[in-house]
Design a protein around this ligand. Structure first.
Ligand code: GDD
Ligand code: MG
Length: 357
């Protein structure tokens, strides 16, 4: 039980890769399997025994406290620390230093869906008497992440953020254990990247930086494709969470939603409050936000349908992000990463492939 460890969650990013969804909500607050994404992470942190969590916020900072308040509903004590100007990942950690009291502190990127055993990460940290311990996972394409080679003893040898030519497929999973004294040495009041400045600096100075590698479920939710797949994995119970609002299965249908009897809603789809799925519609692996409407015989696959958006009859939408209150006209065909901006109305019978509208 990690009752002697406090946690910091970094949630100050702008979520640009998830626009237009992140124009109205920060990435960690996007509804994911029926609750804000952050609720899944916080419930995992609580389940590991942590009681106090400090959120480092910046972009749309107030939305976090509006939803989670003092943390009571999660049985957590939540503290919010706002960066008026975003200070970067390292600056965000430094900025919360004075709110921390435990010797070891866990730090999380706020957009990672992960099933790792947090106690085991802290055990590695303590067993190796590390200054910092990084949770590491293996991925197919490490270029979009921090590449972290380790030696035979698990000691971190280098930290190479987003490099074109990664020497290993082992990457930074966005979960760290810091000695609090190390956090106190990160410069305050200016932008610092923990990945590009703090970790390389610690390695250069000879600090003990340990890697904790495992093969738990892991996904960074920072792109539309990852968000949609991660959400479907939560709904289907593939990714573990104690915060699901219903039993895991092919779909989660929130209160007030209407699904026609002969509609097919499956593949880990979430249907938001007061959303409507019409007769004969097929909705596979989608995030359908509150009040959205999918009209009869539309086919929607692995897409996000924003709040109050409408997919008209017979439209076919795949791998798309439909902004809030946008309308996809009847029999339109959208495929290959199309993003429709909020309020935009696409006339019937349009065909679009991978472009913003
Ligand atoms: N408080 C605060 N201030 N938080 C920030 C800031 C900031 O200025 N900038 C980013 N964050 C938060 C984001 O909200 C997110 O939760 C987390 O820090 C990581 O930022 P991302 O923008 O999602 O980074 P990334 O996904 O490109 O890369 C990071 O995560 C990968 C694993 O998911 C890096 O840590 C990589 O090394 C890592 O592999
Ligand atoms: Mg990320």
């Amino acid at each position: 039980m990690l009752d002697d460890v406090e946690a910091v969650v970094l949630v100050g990013g702008k979520g640009t890769r998830l626009r237009p969804l992140t124009l109205s909500a920060p990435k960690p607050m996007l509804p994911t399997a029926g609750v804000p994404f952050l609720a899944h992470l916080l419930s995992r942190i609580r389940a590991a025994g942590v009681r106090r969590v400090v959120l480092g916020t910046s972009y749309l900072a107030e939305t976090f406290e509006e939803h989670f308040g003092n943390g009571e509903s999660l049985d957590l004590e939540l503290t919010y620390v706002v960066e008026d100007q975003p200070l970067g990942t390292g600056g965000g950690i430094a900025n919360v230093a004075k709110h921390l009291t435990t010797d070891d502190v866990m730090v999380f990127n706020g957009d990672v869906l992960c099933g790792t055993d947090l106690t085991a990460v802290v055990d590695t940290h303590r067993r190796t008497e590390a200054d910092v311990t990084l949770h590491l996972v293996r991925v197919q394409d490490p270029r979009a992440y921090g590449c972290v080679p380790t030696d035979a003893d698990g000691r971190v040898q280098a930290f190479l953020e987003k490099t074109e030519d990664p020497p290993t497929d082992q990457i930074n999973a966005g979960c760290y254990v810091f000695r609090r004294s190390v956090i106190e040495e990160i410069p305050q009041g200016r932008v610092v990247s923990v990945e590009r400045e703090t970790f390389p600096g610690l390695l250069e100075a000879g600090a003990v930086v340990s890697g904790h590698v495992d093969n738990a479920y892991w996904r960074d939710m920072g792109t539309p494709a990852d968000l949609v797949h991660g959400s479907a994995d939560l709904v289907r119970g593939v990714a573990p969470s104690a915060a699901l609002p219903g039993p895991a299965g092919e779909s989660i249908v929130l209160p007030g939603a209407t699904v026609a009897k002969d509609a097919f809603v499956f593949g880990g789809t979430t249907v938001g409050r007061n959303a409507v799925i019409g007769a004969g519609a097929k909705v596979e692996g989608c995030m359908v936000f509150d009040g959205a409407v999918i009209e009869p015989h539309a086919v929607v696959e692995t897409s996000v349908v924003g709040a109050g958006a409408r997919i008209e009859a017979g439209a076919h939408v795949r791998d798309a992000v439909i902004g809030d209150r946008a309308v996809v006209g009847a029999h339109c065909e959208l495929k290959g990463g199309v993003r429709v901006w909020p309020e935009v109305r696409l006339p019937p019978h349009g065909v679009r492939f991978s472009a913003d509208v």
